[in-house]
Design a protein around this ligand. Sequence first.
Ligand code: KIV
Ligand code: ZN
Length: 523
Amino acid sequence: MSTESPDRVIIFDTTLRDGEQSPGCSMQPNEKLEIAFALRDLGVDVIEAGFPIASPGDFESVRTIARQVQGPVICGLARAAKMDIERAWDAVKDAARPRIHVFLSSSDIHIQHQLKSDRATVKAKAKEMVAFARSLCADVEFSPMDATRTDPDYLHAMLDAVIAEGATTLNIPDTVGYATPDDYGAMIAGILKHVPGAARTVISTHTHDDLGLAVPNALAGLMAGARQVECTINGLGERAGNTALEEIVMALHTRADFYKLPTRINTRLLYPISRKLSHITGMQVQRNKAIVGQNAFAHESGIHQDGMLKDRSTYEIMKPEDVGIPQTELVLGKHSGRHALRQRVADLGYHLSDEQLNNAFDAFKILADRKKEVYDADIESLAENQLQTTTTKLYTLQAFTSNAGTGTLPSAAVCLWRSDGTILKDAATGDGPVDAVFKTIARICGVNIKLIDYRVRAVTVGTDAQGEAYIEAEHAGRKLHARAVSTDIVEASALAYLEIINRMVSRDGRDRLLPTDIFPATA
Ligand code: KIV
Ligand code: ZN
């Protein structure tokens, strides 16, 4: 007999779908798989792995996750259209527990301006498409998009129609982040009161953070009877983002006395997954972000420090270790062995294959020679470099030099290896050493990149710290980002720049780059 509370909250993570819709946050398939494994370890109940009709890459990535990640329900998003639903089903059907998530706008604003339709047609479409999804999959979620700006009677009628066709979860999106906690709670209570059969389904919250109310709205929804929360790691998502998973989970956990709504999340893995996502997407977590920000557990004022020294409960409602913030950073050095590295990589939440671990170990030895102490942040970078290097690369950096100084003309010479075995060399001048290296690489590859963002930061402390270069670029209307780490920041920048080119080329095929992006490549 199950001893689980009937009030357990289902945690539905949509980092890989709604989160990935954040500008500049697209992820590579292997990075998505890594996040999906980490979400499984974290204990989420449902992973929305993507929007399979959106692109062949999205489809493949959802299918891979469905086939490889055991445990959580694997969900694929679909518009209320047969083609979308079939594609979503093809992508998730190999999962042990597949789900199709169908959405269709319900507010008059969307019906008139976006769908150019009318209420009756839209309701009939929702009904027909949920029935179709249900003919393929036993687990079907329906979302009336822009629900919080929808006429309540019409919303109830639409939900009633999809319940009749077998929808198992009803998700109520605050698509534009307009609701207040009172509105949103009342809306969920209204659905449970006025829609016959709603209580037999799971009611879900999906709240955006445009007014900074995503988490309060989701909590109000739960208090009113919702039992699934849709959320993302670090609150990633369209515009201001979604409900942050770590915040809603820690609110339910820390104030269990009040909410009495348990989850299955292993809270000690919240910090590692937050770091991992931030590294992969390049989207840094603000220092004062609740739960996972660098300052979340830092006590600066004298009075607070004094209280903390006397008794931690004076100023601390959660312990850093509860969310997986390491108390002491384990330091590795050049005498540390493969086993210690393997253990640390696993503790930091990475899933490297034996081959990736061997490569990481070789890189670790080189790093440990350059640097006395290797910190967790260094190890995270080594592990992430391995994730990046599993994608097929057209170009690899063989060697480079760059010169700069007062009174000299900044210049660089670069040697690249192309995957067909050709060695390519060139040199250029630039506005500084990094610019000169970028210009040389662009000339060799025959590619013009529009840089949107370029940042360099130290991964750890000290003058021997590794530098991380982060680059965001635009190509053919899509944003790409890449990061790389080295003790030499010019090298880190060159590697990140080359990674952008490799991603651009592998996504588009060299001959499909726009004519304006190409000028004669170096022979
Ligand atoms: O915000 C929204 O309305 C969505 C739906 C697709 C569920 O993300
Ligand atoms: Zn959304």
